[in-house]
Design a protein around this ligand. Sequence first.
Ligand code: SAM
Length: 283
Amino acid sequence: MNLADVKTLESLLKPAGFDFKKSLGQNFLINEDVCPAMAKAACDENTGVLEIGPGVGVLTVELSKVAKRVVAIELDDRLRKILPITLADCNNVEVIFGDAMKLDLSAIIAEKFGDCQRVCVCANLPYYITSPIIMMLLESKLPIDNVTVMVQKEAAERLCAKVGSRESGAITVAVNYYSKPEILFEVDRFSFMPPPKVDSSVIKLNVRQEPPIKLNNEKAFFSLIKAAFAQRRKTLVNTVSNTTGISKDDLRNALEEIGISPTVRSEQLTLEQLAALSNKLNT
Ligand code: SAM
């Protein structure tokens, strides 16, 4: 069964009375080249794969061919009728119905992937929760090797931007702290049913074993980052003092001590410079 074929997809969905729910980010892939490429980029025969949102299983089937085991988490109960049919031949796949944001992924990984050499996350993510899912996966410090996911093109550019470039934001800093991000390839909007309003990209976040910078206080660093990027057009001194209450003098002094102009904007600082500032403010 070719699940990327529109007629096949319709023959599965129509009899089940399935209509696409925008609120669940349901844009199903209908480009047969995409899923094999994603599976190949994410995993190998020793990998356990956590998939978020299998839909009818178009990516799940390809992951099943390459990986040792696949656990797919799907929120939409209506797919309970369809997935057992589409995944009937995949004996290394298990589907768990539930909300990926609420399930204990650490426990699932420990229970299901104990015999796998590495674990990865691979998904065509529901766009309404792209950033929360990515941040949850990285912040919870799950034992994963990489996160290989389809996201909106603009989100991909923000997530994978260089820290210190115009495109960078608070999420860019967090992603670069926890991983080495890369954009793998673009996928146009007509590769989906229904087509979304924008094109997409597949990105791979190669999770770091160790952070690239040394921090005195990780929590304080991320509070500073959140404040620093809250008002992008303002200088770092203005936006951080407005949002945290740290005085402008303290901020100017800290910047001067680490050799940075007090009129700098947050997006101009590298990861190392942001770390140096945070460490100076939290000795
Ligand atoms: N993997 C399929 C494909 O590529 O065609 C479907 C991808 S579709 C963009 C996103 C999928 O995520 C849908 O099946 C949707 O029901 C599911 N989903 C949405 N929110 C979810 C959540 N919080 N947890 C798990 N699955 C979710």
